[in-house]
Design a protein. Structure first.
Ligand SMILES: Nc1ncnc2c1ncn2[C@@H]1O[C@H](COP(=O)(O)OP(=O)(O)O)[C@@H](O)[C@H]1O
Ligand SMILES: [Mg+2]
Lengths: 724, 86, 226, 86
């Protein structure tokens, strides 16, 4: 782990002397991309981060939203890509641990976990299968043990992740506003390190996360210990209730170096600490090793001398380590000692604020031709094609994944995983809905529109439960930012997200940037993952069972937008074409109309149309309700299109609504009033999923049989290697 | 051809923590009256029954299986392979 | 009508259970930390689910050696109702209060899903409001939930009417689809599924009334009319 | 007093099924090209470091711990104890 030459000279000129070896390690950790956001920070400012519900406090690692009646919701997103690519079990598990501690450090109890998982082609690639299987077990073992429900997520396979893994984890917290940690400290306060012991594992992790994988650093792998984390959660929350915490920060990338310098900088204090006071796992650790170790399950707490005893008693009760490692000074210095001897003494401002870069960007050359479509062999049997898609790893049910996650613990889960967004009940009678979504296939073709699409998709999912989006989390995952073409895709995505967030007045309450995601074959496709949080004031829309004779309406236009679709990529093995573009005005109108319909109790269920297009979305409704449906493709509103395009185009802003026939006229009136493009396109009943074009039958699949295939094909593939 | 019993012990590499062993030691063994135990390390064992021409082939075959099929992750664990003639 | 909810390091359904006991059924519930004793005048004890000691070594085995288990045993002898749910069941089994053992699910995975229970014994403090063969929709969430007993013990279980709940279908490979058992006296009951997750209609997608009867049975046992 | 390393192998008693061993065999090993393996049994191992006056005491002490603290569940498993001098 080291600084670049120019950074080293910069450090020297800032401190006016040669840095000590320990100082070099501390600064290298903190100035890494992972901790300092040096490539991205100046651009991230463009995102709107404030709003009427957003509570901003210094030093928070998670976003805070006021949900009324004296309660707040906190949210954060993280990834653990590099570690998961080499040790999927531990990497994914410690990823959960990290984001949970971010939620905890605001003083809120974590109440939900979401996971976004991306791997190579699991059908062909045994390594990808191994990575996927173990990452899922890692998340399950960690979250389940903590007793925090994992209630949603997404899974995607794409060849761009060959030999690699993207493991994103988001978490939500809930608590009383008055319990939020205020993050303040004054001279003489005590700095405590609480939780697991510090060892050599994970040394250099944050730098590791910022290197490409070729320089595999073995010591950077961390061993998860969810049991300690659970004890930390309970201990911290008790300390919070007893008012013992002045300031708090979790130890993540960069370990103590990062936590100490960022706390000192944010609170405008100095911290003097003694590495001999840190409880370590192994003897003989050098001060610099202690400072940069990324051992998991540790929290930094600032308390007063008087409160320290009580804090120690709590830690004793839970049998977790609690070391008084230092104290607060008034000089804004980070002063690291071992006994009497000084090993580092730097201004917190210098350590915590790396010089931000202004990297060059350039539109990638491949984009010039990417939208040109090839001629495809015509599809002879659409039933077969649809069946193939429904059993493909990207579209098949993810029950094998979320069935391993305890999604009920905490007894808040009203809408469980397996539908669109999941819904939690809150203590003030309101409900929270959330979902994360990404789509690298779209983002590769158009980084800007693709990113907007992910944002809109997450909103759609949340809207389908009757929730109004109130906050957004973004996780921007790209390759090496020093490559101007990659950096351009980063900026485009960011600009797209910013535009959408501003237009819809959805503030960004948290995010993360993960760069240098490179596989042996090159950079990953641009992979922004967007989490959207929605609030429901009264009653969530819980899907009611669809029955014989119920109607199907589609809202929104279907356009010629097959670029980056599952149909092009999985069926035709073609990467290219025009990717879906969100029309902001239509998007807003459609969202509001769906919310209106739900509020007026007019529909039985709403489902968004996304991966696999209309054909897949209708099939999902049929399968989960075990009922057939006959759909007239010729009635679908939008461009005049060929059958394959109507079936599989992934145009945004579309919703499928099921409802009792008696509500038809009311629904039509409301939609007409709102000037929505919509059509009644089908009727439920029978035992077949059937698509007709005028009088001609295009698709006919038996619901029960299709359901079985869709439900089991992912687990058959992962567990027994079967491809359908 | 002979039948061999091959024991594969998978354990964490040196310096990698073993939270399970620590918990068993601290929360179970040391809570009782058994104070002479100072460390517990956990490991997983797989006992293979395999038919090969000799002991050496049995050993190398099992090693190959463990490596190929990622029975363990060399990043965090190591394997010890012991072969016994049946 | 004092009900104790025992909390071990790693318990994680304690708060859910407490909520249901107090807010839904209006018991006078209280938490008891595993290092403490239980008061003499307690009326019922519940061991909630979770991952005591991180499920290390085997689910429930370390917690079974907690100081509080001595009191639980004394109270069990007095015939006071004791319920172990999920990890609580595992602890009761590991501490010898209930027969059998809970092994890794046949799928080898943690399983979180809704199942149906069939009531086999309505003569316990937690099932006296059921009819035999009544069906209860209820979720499971466990990795080590496969109940196993050897043949002799199975015979005894059947003879003494100790099988309390069965799954209506094969779920995880349990012997005879057993999901819950009781001791010979019937006052100590253990079950893998989570009744506390099924008694409120808001979070129960099927029907919350059957599982509510588990708590109503306890109310009846304790002489409280609904 | 000497320090001993005592290996405790916890494995299923005869007749108790071992789904994990079966899965590794059927879905992993036999799916590949390794057809000479006929059985895989899984076990768990705990390596104790213990200070006792001799090998025999170390052995009996660990046996006692295993029985007392139910390191294994006698209904389904058995333990094999091997002592090594350090
Ligand atoms: N990795 C995962 N973890 C938990 N739940 C998941 C995961 N992947 C998918 N799900 C759940 O499966 C359902 C379908 O997911 P997805 O296909 O991504 O939905 P959508 O297309 O509506 O965004 C959702 O309820 C989602 O939360
Ligand atoms: Mg959806």
């Amino acid at each position: 782990m080291s600084l670049e030459d120019q950074e080293l000279s910069e450090l020297k000129s800032k401190i006016g002397r040669e840095p000590t070896p320990t100082e070099l390690q501390i600064v290298a950790a903190e100035w890494s991309e992972h901790c300092s956001y040096k490539s991205s920070k100046r651009h991230l400012k463009m995102l709107p981060m404030t709003g009427p519900l957003v509570i901003n406090e210094k030093g928070y690692d998670s976003g805070v939203l006021d949900v009324g009646d004296g309660y707040v919701v906190t949210a954060h997103i993280e990834s653990h890509n590099h570690p998961s690519a080499v040790e999927p079990y531990g990497g994914a598990a410690t990823g959960v641990g990290g984001v949970i501690r971010d939620i905890l450090s605001a003083g809120t109890r974590p109440i939900a976990i979401f996971d976004g998982l991306r791997f190579g082609n699991v059908e062909k690639d045994l390594q990808a299968r191994w990575l996927f299987k173990n990452a899922v077990t890692g998340i399950a073992d960690y979250g389940n043990c903590l007793g925090i429900p994992t209630i949603g997520g997404e899974v995607e396979f794409d060849e761009c992740y060959e030999n690699y893994a993207l493991v994103d984890v988001a978490a939500l917290g809930f608590g009383k506003k008055e319990h939020l940690i205020k993050n303040h400290a004054k001279k003489g306060d005590i700095v405590v390190l609480m939780g697991g012991s510090t060892g050599r594992d994970g040394i250099g992790g944050s730098q590791f996360a910022s290197d490409s994988l070729e320089s595999e650093d073995r010591s950077a792998v961390q061993i998860p210990d969810p049991f300690i984390e659970k004890l930390i959660i309970e201990a911290v929350l008790q300390a919070r209730n007893d008012g013992l915490i002045h300031a708090m920060k979790d130890l993540g990338g960069g370990g103590l170096s990062c936590a100490i310098s960022e706390t000192a900088d944010a609170l405008e204090i100095g911290i003097e600490m003694d590495v001999d006071k840190v409880h370590t796992r192994e003897s003989g650790m050098h001060p610099s090793e202690i400072m940069v170790s990324e051992s998991q399950e540790r929290m930094l707490i600032v308390t007063s001398k008087i409160k320290l005893k009580k804090l120690q008693t709590i830690c004793e009760k839970f049998r977790i380590g609690c070391s008084m490692i230092g104290q607060v000074k008034s000089d804004n210095q980070v002063h690291v000692k071992k006994g009497k001897k000084t090993f580092a003494n730097l201004s917190a401002d210098v350590v915590a604020n790396a010089t931000l870069l202004d990297l060059p960007s350039k539109k990638p050359v491949y984009l010039k031709t990417i939208e040109t479509e090839k001629k495809f062999k015509p599809i002879s049997d659409y039933s077969k094609t649809l069946m193939k898609l429904l059993s493909s790893p990207n579209i098949a049910s993810k029950i094998w994944v979320y069935g391993q996650y305890d999604h009920e613990v905490g007894i808040r889960t009203v809408v469980k995983p397996g539908k669109d967004a999941s819904v939690l009940r809150l203590d003030n009678g309101k409900f929270l809905s959330a979902k994360i979504d990404g789509n690298p296939k779209h983002c590769y073709i158009n980084p800007r529109e693709g990113a907007i699409g992910c944002f809109e998709e997450a909103c759609r999912n949340v809207v389908c439960t009757g929730a109004k989006p109130i906050g957004m989390l973004d996780h921007l995952q790209f390759g090496n930012p020093k490559d101007p073409e990659i950096f351009w895709t980063f900026l485009e995505s960011l600009k797209g997200l910013t535009d959408f967030a501003k237009f819809f007045e959805i503030p960004c309450v948290g995010g993360k940037v993960s760069l240098y995601n490179e596989t042996p074959k090159g950079p990953i496709k641009p992979t922004p993952v967007i989490g959207v949080i929605g609030l429901i004031d009264k009653k969530p829309s819980v899907s009611q069972k669809i029955s014989e004779g119920d109607c199907l309406i589609i809202i929104g236009n279907t356009k010629n937008e097959l670029g980056g679709s599952e149909f092009f990529e999985y069926v035709h093995k073609f990467v290219g074409g025009k990717c879906p573009v969100v029309n902001f005005d239509d998007s807003k109108k459609n969202m509001n109309s769906v919310l209106d319909l739900i509020k007026n109790n007019l529909i039985k269920s709403a489902h968004d149309c996304s991966k696999g297009g209309l054909a897949v979305a209708v099939s999902e409704m049929c399968m989960t309700n075990q009922i057939g449906c006959t759909v007239s493709l010729d009635k679908v509103p939008g461009d005049k299109l060929t059958v394959d395009r109507i079936l599989f185009s992934e145009s945004h802003s579309r919703y499928l609504l099921s409802f009792d026939k008696k509500n038809l006229s009311k629904i039509k009136d409301l939609l007409k009033n709102n000037k929505i493009s919509f059509k009644e396109i089908g009727k439920f009943g029978g035992e077949n999923i059937q698509f007709n074009n005028k009088i001609q039958s295009v698709v006919k699949l038996n619901v029960e049989k299709t359901h079985r295939v869709w439900l089991n094909s992912l687990s058959d593939l992962i567990l027994h290697g079967k491809t359908s | 051809m002979a039948t061999f019993s091959v024991h594969v012990t998978i354990e964490n590499k040196l310096g990698i923590s073993d939270p399970e062993g620590d918990t068993i030691l601290n929360d179970l063994v040391l809570k009782g009256t058994h104070k002479t135990v100072s460390k517990i390390k956990t490991a997983k064992m797989l006992k293979f029954t395999i038919k090969e021409k000799d002991k050496k082939t049995a050993q190398s075959k099992v090693q190959e299986i463990c490596d190929d099929l990622r029975i363990y992750n060399p990043m965090v664990s190591k394997v010890i392979i012991d072969v016994f003639e049946n | 009508m004092k009900v104790g909810v025992v909390v071990f390091p790693g318990s994680n359904c304690d708060r859910d259970m407490y909520h249901v006991l107090t807010d839904v059924f209006h018991f006078d519930a209280q938490y008891y930390w595993h290092e403490k004793g239980l008061p003499k005048n307690i009326d019922a004890v519940i061991l909630p689910g979770g991952f005591s000691y991180g499920d290390r070594l085997r689910a429930g085995v370390i917690a079974a050696h907690s100081p509080i288990i001595k009191d639980v045993k004394k109270i069990a002898e007095k015939g006071i109702p004791i319920l172990g749910v999920c990890n609580g069941f595992q602890i009761l089994v590991e501490s010898g209060l209930l027969p059998g053992v809970l092994l890794k699910n046949e799928s080898l995975n943690f399983m979180c899903e809704w199942t149906n229970l069939i009531v086999e014994n309505n003569n316990t403090p937690f099932t006296n409001q059921f009819k035999i063969n009544e069906k209860i929709p209820i979720p499971i969430a466990n990795g080590e939930g496969r109940y196993y007993v050897d043949d002799d013990t199975m015979k005894k279980l059947k003879k003494k009417n100790q099988i309390v709940f069965r799954y209506s279908e094969v779920v995880n490979g349990s012997s005879d689809r057993i999901a819950g058992v009781c001791n010979e006296d019937g006052n100590v009951v253990g079950m893998m599924p989570h009744p506390e997750r099924a008694v409120e209609s808001e979070i129960n997608p099927i029907d919350n009334k059957p599982s509510s009867r588990i708590f109503e049975s306890l109310l009846t046992t304790m002489g409280v009319s609904k």
